[in-house]
Design a binder for this molecule. Structure first.
Ligand SMILES: Cc1cc2nc3c(=O)[nH]c(=O)nc-3n(C[C@H](O)[C@H](O)[C@H](O)COP(=O)(O)OP(=O)(O)OC[C@H]3O[C@@H](n4cnc5c(N)ncnc54)[C@H](O)[C@@H]3O)c2cc1C
Length: 423
């Protein structure tokens, strides 16, 4: 690497990609951000859903200062506000992307297809520390299919996980027939009703999964069913029934929105016939039936008992989680955890310190953010791989740690400096 500041490529313009770019630009680095779609694309896909963490946990003092410096009249949401995904993108991410410091660096509609080294292939210099003498080479593709290459000394991969859904079937495998009908299954959280006519009204929807996304869809469907009594709902959850219902409730949960969501989903399941609830079951097979009832779903029990129920339904909502796309760096030497598919050093910290709730996480030592490929970092929700406990507030701290590594200055902390200047 030359003595000039290294150039940085940031992959993805979600909150962590943008914040990484801002932190780098603030320090005087040349930064380019490549985004496959538009700023905040993944969050826009669940734009109608509320964050369960308040806005104060979802942005840094640096980004607030950058927006304020650009437009002193712009009022950011209050720290306690519980925004929807869409409000967060409109009121925070887009204004941030438009700041003078960031705007020229952002390349929307530019997918990163693959990353390698200009002069080293994957098999070269294994573990000998010489790979960083050759810059990274990125293959890019725009929406017209036009391909080009770019180079950078440092790469921060913040491409998230929301682009790759997991499967409906037992043990995470695709259910029999699932792949053939996958285009007709919705693996995201749809807007069930916007007050007006809903395509789910009077129809039968099967929800698969036991997390907060499933609870969000169940609550929205149940509210619709109250107004439109012919609406039918089936909920399939892999784990057996908990004492309070399908959703685990965190004792004295400080995240009020999350607590209310869990309690409401459990309440709907507990009250009568509105939701047909199948705890401890997995999807064994999915078949396309006919126009009248598009799907037939076959369930199996936890003990492997086959064909425990057959359900005809109009819609399937697959809320079984997401996984990282590791193919974009398969020409690099990035060692991944065989459990989570996260980078190994961070993953082993997460597995060894796993607590009962995402809020009780501790930050790892800074060197855990280093991957086995020199100068290649994975940040944000992708750094957790399949581990679902990521919080945006943790991702912001990761950026501070990554720039301490890039700059070689362990004490570097712009967040602290900004806070001191403003207080
Ligand atoms: C319903 C829901 C509610 C949530 N609520 C919370 C919450 O309350 N609190 C919390 O902390 N977290 C919450 N999360 C998780 C939240 O989404 C993440 O914290 C946050 O989005 C992580 O930001 P990120 O920048 O790491 O990734 P993302 O927001 O996923 O951004 C990744 C970006 O990379 C782009 N991209 C992908 N592939 C490529 C490629 N090959 N080339 C170029 N660009 C690419 C994508 O288009 C996207 O813009 C929630 C998630 C969901 C689904």
């Amino acid at each position: 690497m030359s003595h000039a500041l290294p150039t940085i490529a940031v992959l993805g313009a979600g909150p962590i990609g943008l914040e990484s770019a801002l932190y780098g630009r603030f320090l005087g680095y040349e930064v380019q951000v490549y985004e496959r779609e538009e700023v905040g694309h993944h969050i826009s896909q669940w734009g109608h859903v509320h964050w369960f963490t308040p806005f104060g946990m979802n942005h840094s003092p640096l980004s607030a200062a950058a927006i304020e410096a650009q437009d002193p009249d712009r009022k950011l949401p209050g720290d306690e506000e519980q925004l929807t995904g869409g409000e967060y993108v409109d009121q925070f991410l887009r204004p941030l992307a438009r700041t003078d410091l960031l705007a020229p660096s952002i390349h929307p509609q530019m997918e990163v297809v693959s990353i390698g080294r200009v002069d080293s292939s994957k098999a070269d210099f294994g573990g000998q520390g010489q790979r960083d003498e050759s810059p990274f080479r990125l293959l890019l593709r725009d929406k017209q299919g036009q391909e080009s290459v770019a180079e950078a000394d440092v790469v921060i991969d913040a491409t998230g996980v929301y682009g790759q859904h997991r499967n409906l079937g037992r043990s995470g495998l695709p259910a029999v027939g699932e792949q053939a009908v996958a285009d007709a299954i919705n693996y995201r959280i749809p807007q069930i009703s916007n007050g007006g006519l809903s395509k789910y009204a009077g129809r039968h929807t099967l929800v698969v999964g036991g997390g907060y996304s499933a609870a969000t869809s169940i609550c929205a469907l149940a509210e619709l069913a109250e107004r439109e009594p012919d609406t039918r709902i089936t909920w399939v959850v892999r784990h057996p029934r908990g004492e309070t219902g399908p959703m685990r409730c965190v004792p004295e949960d400080p995240l009020k929105h999350r607590a209310a969501l869990s309690a409401t989903a459990n309440k709907w399941v507990g009250c009568g016939e509105m939701i047909k609830y199948f705890p401890g079951k997995s999807v064994e097979a999915v078949y396309h039936k006919d126009k009248q009832t598009p799907f037939e779903v076959v369930l199996e029990g936890r003990d492997g008992e086959k064909d425990v129920a057959r359900i005809g339904c109009d819609f399937i909502l697959g809320h079984t989680g997401f996984r990282p796309d590791c193919s974009i760096f398969e020409e690099l030497q990035v060692q991944l955890c065989h459990v989570t598919e996260g980078p190994i050093r961070l993953a082993s910290h997460l597995l060894n310190t796993r607590g009962s709730d995402c809020l009780s996480q501790t930050m790892p030592a800074t060197d855990r953010l280093q991957t086995s490929e020199p100068d290649f970092y994975i940040a944000g929700i992708k750094s957790y791989g399949r581990d679902p406990t990521f919080l945006l507030s943790i991702g912001l701290e990761q950026i501070r740690q990554i720039f301490a590594l890039i700059s070689g200055n362990p004490a570097l902390n712009i967040y602290q400096s900004i806070k001191s200047n403003f207080s």
